[in-house]
Design a protein around this ligand. Structure first.
Ligand code: SF4
Length: 335
């Protein structure tokens, strides 16, 4: 069953940094900060929906654990009573890797936080420095290990196409993330937003953003790596709406970004299967899990058309028995 979660956006407050790509300082100037009363109101509204039972209260944006201590505790306190009375399953927060230590872990535990997501972005120190992250790969490792040993569901967020980053270091970052064994991962291709250092670099010709195509090809590889490692990817690409609305300048943003990545995975798998099994040109039936029928088909039937160019007339069939990112192909002249 899909639970209703309460998501509260806590912009830049408390963050000591100004990363190259982040314009939360600009956004936070325009947005009013979340107060304990706002938390209470948002939760009360959600409680009107019977599916909220078992959901989570999430504080996103900014660096939650770097917020001034009293304010952070007041926000947690406001949410915690709904955890204590069983209305919600837990609290989820996102923060910077260098804003986690033993004391913070203790506070988060006390107030019912169950999941912590860290903005790792890269595990390459050079890329981190070029993008003014203000922390190192070691900080990510230390914070991840601390959170895991304290029993939090631990998530890591990574970015592709950062200033000074190549596909190879993103793949290496994914390898290092896999070695850290987080519970979840989010993958965000870099987007150039107004009022950022990255925007200046872009406008002066010093930074070339990834294209949607380039980012999707890389993220397809990353998705497969995490899937093979048994690590759940809970987001690929920025959300449409709030995250980029009105601030977008350039970069790999597409509302259906994940589907584009998965289409690439399925086309690659189909071509590998055809090659490995010497399937001659003609009519074929590609069998995938029910959820994969759309990505196997591709946006505007892109995969069907690509196969057609190679001499294959493909029909896609759903098979409950087939796992994610797997498929098999039948040769079928009667289709
Ligand atoms: S740490 Fe997060 S909130 Fe702070 S500047 Fe960087 S991206 Fe923005």
């Amino acid at each position: 069953m899909k639970h209703v979660n309460v998501a509260l956006f806590v912009p830049h407050v408390g963050c000591p940094n100004q990363c190259s790509f982040c314009n939360q300082r600009a956004i936070s100037g325009k947005r009013t900060q979340v107060t304990p009363d706002d938390v209470e109101k948002a939760v009360q509204i959600a409680l009107g929906n019977p599916d909220s039972k078992g959901g989570e209260i999430a504080f996103f944006g900014g660096s939650f654990t770097a917020i001034e201590r009293e304010t952070m505790i007041a926000l947690l306190d406001s949410a915690y009573k709904f955890i204590a009375d069983g209305s919600f399953r837990g609290i989820r927060v996102s923060t910077r890797p260098d804003a986690i230590d033993g004391e913070i872990c203790g506070i988060l535990k006390r107030y019912g936080v169950t999941a912590v997501e860290l903005g790792a972005q890269s595990l390459d120190d050079n890329v981190l420095a070029l993008n003014r992250r203000g922390h190192t790969a070691k900080d990510v490792e230390k914070a991840t290990n601390l959170l895991k040993s304290a029993g939090f569901e631990t998530g890591l967020q990574m970015m592709t196409g950062l200033y000074g980053s190549e596909d190879a270091d993103s793949i290496e970052t994914a390898r290092k993330i896999i070695a850290l064994r987080p519970d979840t991962v989010r993958i965000y291709p870099t987007v150039v937003l107004e009022n950022t250092h990255l925007c200046e670099l872009y406008k002066s010709g010093k930074y070339t953003p990834q294209t949607v195509e380039g980012a999707a090809a890389l993220c397809a590889t990353l998705l497969e790596m995490f899937s093979e490692a048994g690590i759940k990817v809970i987001r690929t690409g920025l959300h449409s709406g709030g995250d980029v609305e009105g601030e977008f300048v350039a970069g790999a943003y597409h509302p259906a970004f994940k589907e584009i990545c998965e289409s690439k995975i399925y086309l690659r798998k189909a071509l590998e299967f055809i090659k490995a099994n010497n399937i001659p040109q003609g009519r074929i039936e590609i069998c995938v899990s029910p959820k994969a029928v759309s990505p196997m088909t591709g946006q505007k039937k892109a995969n069907i058309l690509a196969l057609k160019e190679l001499g294959y007339e493909a029909k896609i069939t759903a098979d409950e028995q087939v796992e994610k990112y797997k498929l098999y192909i039948l040769r079928n002249e009667r289709l």
